[in-house]
Design a protein around this ligand. Structure first.
Ligand code: APR
Length: 192
Protein backbone atom coordinates (compact mmCIF):
# COMPACT_ATOMS: atom_id res chain seq x y z
CA UNK A 1 0.00 0.00 0.00
CA UNK A 2 1.28 3.50 -0.85
CA UNK A 3 2.44 5.71 2.01
CA UNK A 4 0.16 8.61 2.84
CA UNK A 5 1.61 11.83 1.39
CA UNK A 6 0.28 13.84 4.32
CA UNK A 7 2.63 14.59 7.23
CA UNK A 8 2.37 13.03 10.64
CA UNK A 9 4.88 15.48 12.06
CA UNK A 10 5.99 19.03 11.44
CA UNK A 11 8.36 21.44 13.11
CA UNK A 12 7.39 25.01 14.03
CA UNK A 13 10.49 26.86 15.14
CA UNK A 14 12.03 24.51 17.70
CA UNK A 15 8.75 22.76 18.50
CA UNK A 16 8.06 19.34 17.03
CA UNK A 17 4.35 18.60 16.52
CA UNK A 18 3.47 14.97 15.93
CA UNK A 19 0.26 13.07 15.34
CA UNK A 20 -0.26 9.49 16.48
CA UNK A 21 -3.21 7.15 16.77
CA UNK A 22 -3.41 5.79 20.29
CA UNK A 23 -4.54 6.07 23.88
CA UNK A 24 -3.79 9.18 25.92
CA UNK A 25 -2.99 7.08 29.01
CA UNK A 26 -0.25 5.19 27.16
CA UNK A 27 2.19 8.04 26.54
CA UNK A 28 4.86 7.37 29.17
CA UNK A 29 7.59 9.42 27.47
CA UNK A 30 5.94 12.85 27.86
CA UNK A 31 6.02 15.12 30.92
CA UNK A 32 2.26 15.72 30.88
CA UNK A 33 -0.89 14.37 29.37
CA UNK A 34 -3.79 16.74 28.81
CA UNK A 35 -7.22 15.80 30.12
CA UNK A 36 -10.40 16.75 28.25
CA UNK A 37 -11.94 17.59 31.59
CA UNK A 38 -15.34 18.47 33.01
CA UNK A 39 -15.81 21.70 34.96
CA UNK A 40 -15.74 19.89 38.32
CA UNK A 41 -12.50 18.07 37.46
CA UNK A 42 -14.12 14.76 38.37
CA UNK A 43 -13.83 11.41 36.68
CA UNK A 44 -16.06 11.35 33.57
CA UNK A 45 -16.29 9.36 30.36
CA UNK A 46 -13.94 9.41 27.36
CA UNK A 47 -10.51 10.88 28.04
CA UNK A 48 -11.40 12.01 31.56
CA UNK A 49 -12.56 8.51 32.47
CA UNK A 50 -9.45 6.88 31.04
CA UNK A 51 -7.09 9.32 32.76
CA UNK A 52 -8.76 9.15 36.17
CA UNK A 53 -8.99 5.35 36.08
CA UNK A 54 -5.33 5.03 35.16
CA UNK A 55 -4.17 7.67 37.65
CA UNK A 56 -6.22 6.43 40.62
CA UNK A 57 -8.38 8.27 43.14
CA UNK A 58 -5.57 10.58 44.23
CA UNK A 59 -6.00 12.51 41.00
CA UNK A 60 -9.61 13.43 41.75
CA UNK A 61 -8.69 14.29 45.34
CA UNK A 62 -6.07 16.77 44.11
CA UNK A 63 -8.07 18.11 41.17
CA UNK A 64 -11.58 18.72 42.53
CA UNK A 65 -10.57 21.52 44.96
CA UNK A 66 -9.09 23.40 41.95
CA UNK A 67 -12.52 23.51 40.25
CA UNK A 68 -14.95 24.42 38.99
CA UNK A 69 -13.19 25.78 35.90
CA UNK A 70 -14.59 27.73 32.95
CA UNK A 71 -14.45 26.79 29.26
CA UNK A 72 -10.97 27.60 27.97
CA UNK A 73 -9.42 27.38 31.42
CA UNK A 74 -6.66 24.92 32.41
CA UNK A 75 -5.21 23.68 35.71
CA UNK A 76 -2.33 21.36 36.45
CA UNK A 77 -1.99 18.47 38.92
CA UNK A 78 0.43 15.64 39.50
CA UNK A 79 0.18 12.47 37.46
CA UNK A 80 -0.43 10.11 40.41
CA UNK A 81 -0.57 6.52 39.05
CA UNK A 82 0.24 7.61 35.51
CA UNK A 83 3.77 7.38 34.12
CA UNK A 84 3.58 11.13 33.47
CA UNK A 85 4.71 13.68 36.01
CA UNK A 86 1.73 15.98 35.40
CA UNK A 87 -1.83 16.09 34.13
CA UNK A 88 -3.02 19.36 32.61
CA UNK A 89 -6.82 19.55 32.79
CA UNK A 90 -8.52 21.65 30.11
CA UNK A 91 -12.25 22.37 29.92
CA UNK A 92 -13.12 22.62 26.24
CA UNK A 93 -16.26 24.38 25.00
CA UNK A 94 -19.50 22.50 24.47
CA UNK A 95 -19.83 23.08 20.73
CA UNK A 96 -22.32 25.82 19.88
CA UNK A 97 -23.28 26.36 23.52
CA UNK A 98 -20.09 27.83 24.95
CA UNK A 99 -19.38 30.58 22.43
CA UNK A 100 -17.38 31.65 20.55
CA UNK A 101 -16.45 27.97 20.53
CA UNK A 102 -13.38 28.39 18.31
CA UNK A 103 -11.90 31.09 20.54
CA UNK A 104 -12.59 29.12 23.73
CA UNK A 105 -11.02 25.99 22.25
CA UNK A 106 -7.92 27.95 21.18
CA UNK A 107 -7.75 29.48 24.66
CA UNK A 108 -7.77 25.99 26.18
CA UNK A 109 -4.74 24.98 24.11
CA UNK A 110 -2.93 28.25 24.88
CA UNK A 111 -3.60 27.92 28.61
CA UNK A 112 -2.36 24.32 28.64
CA UNK A 113 0.87 25.41 26.97
CA UNK A 114 1.20 28.34 29.40
CA UNK A 115 1.07 25.92 32.34
CA UNK A 116 3.53 23.57 30.64
CA UNK A 117 5.95 26.48 30.23
CA UNK A 118 5.48 27.58 33.84
CA UNK A 119 6.43 24.08 35.01
CA UNK A 120 9.31 23.98 32.49
CA UNK A 121 7.95 20.88 30.75
CA UNK A 122 9.57 19.81 27.51
CA UNK A 123 6.86 17.49 26.18
CA UNK A 124 3.12 17.01 26.39
CA UNK A 125 0.37 15.00 24.73
CA UNK A 126 -3.09 16.34 23.86
CA UNK A 127 -6.27 14.47 22.99
CA UNK A 128 -8.69 16.13 20.54
CA UNK A 129 -10.36 18.31 23.16
CA UNK A 130 -14.16 18.86 22.80
CA UNK A 131 -14.55 16.42 19.87
CA UNK A 132 -16.28 13.68 21.89
CA UNK A 133 -19.07 14.34 24.38
CA UNK A 134 -18.84 18.10 23.73
CA UNK A 135 -19.73 17.67 20.04
CA UNK A 136 -17.13 19.82 18.30
CA UNK A 137 -16.79 18.69 14.64
CA UNK A 138 -13.35 17.11 14.44
CA UNK A 139 -12.35 18.83 11.17
CA UNK A 140 -12.98 22.28 12.64
CA UNK A 141 -11.44 21.41 16.00
CA UNK A 142 -8.29 20.06 14.30
CA UNK A 143 -7.76 23.36 12.46
CA UNK A 144 -8.20 25.36 15.65
CA UNK A 145 -5.92 23.06 17.66
CA UNK A 146 -3.05 22.84 15.18
CA UNK A 147 -3.34 26.48 14.11
CA UNK A 148 -3.09 27.55 17.74
CA UNK A 149 -0.01 25.41 18.38
CA UNK A 150 1.65 26.82 15.26
CA UNK A 151 0.83 30.37 16.38
CA UNK A 152 2.34 30.07 19.83
CA UNK A 153 5.23 27.70 19.03
CA UNK A 154 7.78 30.45 18.44
CA UNK A 155 7.15 31.85 21.92
CA UNK A 156 7.77 28.57 23.75
CA UNK A 157 10.98 28.42 25.80
CA UNK A 158 10.75 24.91 27.26
CA UNK A 159 8.21 22.86 25.31
CA UNK A 160 9.85 21.02 22.42
CA UNK A 161 7.37 18.21 21.69
CA UNK A 162 3.61 18.51 21.30
CA UNK A 163 1.95 15.19 20.50
CA UNK A 164 -1.68 14.79 19.46
CA UNK A 165 -3.03 11.38 20.41
CA UNK A 166 -6.02 10.56 18.22
CA UNK A 167 -8.29 7.71 19.15
CA UNK A 168 -9.42 6.63 15.68
CA UNK A 169 -7.81 6.28 12.26
CA UNK A 170 -10.31 8.77 10.90
CA UNK A 171 -9.44 11.38 13.52
CA UNK A 172 -5.76 10.85 12.75
CA UNK A 173 -6.40 11.38 9.01
CA UNK A 174 -8.39 14.54 9.69
CA UNK A 175 -5.55 15.92 11.82
CA UNK A 176 -3.00 14.98 9.16
CA UNK A 177 -4.93 17.06 6.63
CA UNK A 178 -5.19 19.97 9.06
CA UNK A 179 -1.48 19.84 9.90
CA UNK A 180 -0.61 19.94 6.21
CA UNK A 181 -2.75 23.08 5.80
CA UNK A 182 -1.48 25.06 8.78
CA UNK A 183 0.66 27.97 7.69
CA UNK A 184 4.00 28.68 9.33
CA UNK A 185 6.72 26.27 10.41
CA UNK A 186 9.76 25.19 8.45
CA UNK A 187 9.18 24.13 4.85
CA UNK A 188 10.53 20.69 4.11
CA UNK A 189 10.21 19.53 7.70
CA UNK A 190 7.18 17.38 6.99
CA UNK A 191 7.92 13.73 7.67
CA UNK A 192 5.93 10.79 6.32
N1 APR B 1 -7.21 8.45 24.36
C1 APR B 1 -7.26 9.38 23.38
N2 APR B 1 -8.40 9.91 22.91
C2 APR B 1 -9.56 9.47 23.45
C3 APR B 1 -9.60 8.52 24.49
C4 APR B 1 -8.36 7.99 24.93
N3 APR B 1 -8.28 7.07 25.91
N4 APR B 1 -10.90 8.30 24.83
C5 APR B 1 -11.63 9.09 24.03
N5 APR B 1 -10.84 9.79 23.19
C6 APR B 1 -11.20 10.79 22.16
C7 APR B 1 -12.64 10.84 21.72
O1 APR B 1 -12.84 9.90 20.67
C8 APR B 1 -12.76 12.26 21.23
O2 APR B 1 -12.30 12.37 19.89
O3 APR B 1 -10.96 12.08 22.71
C9 APR B 1 -11.79 13.05 22.12
C10 APR B 1 -12.43 13.90 23.20
O4 APR B 1 -13.56 13.21 23.74
P1 APR B 1 -14.10 13.36 25.24
O5 APR B 1 -13.24 12.62 26.17
O6 APR B 1 -15.54 13.03 25.21
O7 APR B 1 -13.86 14.94 25.58
P2 APR B 1 -14.77 16.25 25.30
O8 APR B 1 -15.49 16.18 24.00
O9 APR B 1 -13.85 17.40 25.56
O10 APR B 1 -15.89 16.18 26.41
C11 APR B 1 -15.56 16.36 27.76
O11 APR B 1 -16.77 14.42 28.43
O12 APR B 1 -16.27 12.54 29.63
C12 APR B 1 -16.79 13.78 29.69
O13 APR B 1 -16.27 14.43 31.90
C13 APR B 1 -15.99 14.69 30.57
O14 APR B 1 -17.76 16.27 30.68
C14 APR B 1 -16.51 16.03 30.09
C15 APR B 1 -16.70 15.82 28.61
Amino acid sequence: MAQSPTPTSRTFGRVHVELVQGDIVRQPDVDAVVNAANAQLRIGGGVAGAIHRAAGSGLEAEAVPLGPIRPGQAVVTGGHGLANRYVIHVLGPVYGLDTPSDELLAEGYRNALRLAEKKEMSSLAFPAISTGAFGYPVEDAAHVALGTIADVALNLQHVRLVRFVLFTARDLAVHQDALAQVTGGDPGEAAP
